[in-house]
Design a protein around this ligand. Structure first.
Ligand code: IPD
Ligand code: CA
Ligand code: CA
Length: 263
């Protein structure tokens, strides 16, 4: 199966999961459990969405591996791995803020070759394949041409650990007077897609997981953004940065000056 076929399956499944979570949002949403801290919540719908995605994917491709945020990992034999956030933006979902997403990345031998992020309430579908460009609702998208820090609209997010959040706030205080403004949308995958389509000029976050950035990082880079970590490292849970290509260097250096990896 080539990356276009993998993307097609990913989109079908992500759209079905997006429809499910929007439908469930009409009812009452309550916290089913907490994870790393009391603010790191999971709802029954996070689990239901992941179970749906897992069932659909493994029904179609029983030999693949599966890494989802909420359930046990499945280790397959095909070399293809599905990396899934069944609801990215669970706190938005809980409070009915109308931005939350289903994110599915497909890796072949460890390289992400296809990704889809569906903004469920808006119905926007961001997609990319490796080397095949990035799209919003089927139309090609490009990152912005912003090259000046002072004009950059920057997105970021905060982890759930209070010690790390304190440092993340200090990092923002180092940036805020040097950029146009800061956005905290609450959905790491959407942050990356917004860089891809020019709704943000840069994003960064410490502590995102592969299910948060897998699809969005491919979409951003296929849209022409530069994507990476600190000091030439690739994107990882340590740091993910995506920015308009000429902005990446100055933005990285500004961020580095705030010592963001200290907690
Ligand atoms: C969170 C969101 C948020 C980011 C957090 C993530 P979740 O994912 O992507 O924007 O700041 O770091 O954990 O918990 O809603 O799937
Ligand atoms: Ca997430
Ligand atoms: Ca999630």
């Amino acid at each position: 199966m080539n990356s276009q076929d993998l993307l097609k399956l990913a989109v079908t499944v992500a759209e079905e999961a997006a429809a499910l979570i929007v439908e469930r949002r009409r009812g009452t949403i309550t916290v089913a459990d907490t994870k790393s801290t009391i603010t790191d919540v999971v709802t029954a719908v996070d689990r239901e969405s992941e179970e749906l995605i897992r069932a659909r994917v493994l029904q179609a491709r029983p030999d693949d591996s599966f890494l989802g945020e909420e359930g046990d990992d499945v280790v397959g034999t095909s070399g293809v791995r599905w990396v899934v956030d069944p609801i990215d933006g669970t706190v938005n979902y809980l409070y009915d803020h109308p931005t939350y997403a289903v994110s599915i990345a497909v890796e072949v031998d460890g390289t992400t070759v296809a990704g889809v992020v569906v903004d469920a309430p808006k119905g926007e579908v961001f997609t990319a394949t490796l080397g095949g460009g990035a799209f919003l609702d089927g139309k090609p998208i490009r990152s912005s041409d912003c090259s000046e820090l002072a004009k950059a609209l920057v997105g970021t997010g905060f982890g759930y650990d209070p010690v790390r959040r304190q440092v993340q706030a200090e990092v923002i205080s180092h940036l805020i007077a040097k950029v146009r403004d800061i956005r905290r949308i609450g959905v790491g995958a959407i942050d990356l897609c917004y860089v891809a389509c020019g709704r943000l000029d840069a994003v960064y976050e410490r502590g995102l997981n592969p299910w948060d950035y897998g699809a969005g990082a491919l979409i951003a880079s296929e849209a022409g953004a530069k994507v990476g970590g600190m000091h030439g490292e690739p994107v990882s849970p340590e740091m993910s940065i995506a920015a308009a290509p000429e902005l990446f260097g100055p933005f990285h250096d500004l961020l580095a000056g705030a010592d963001p990896l200290r907690a």
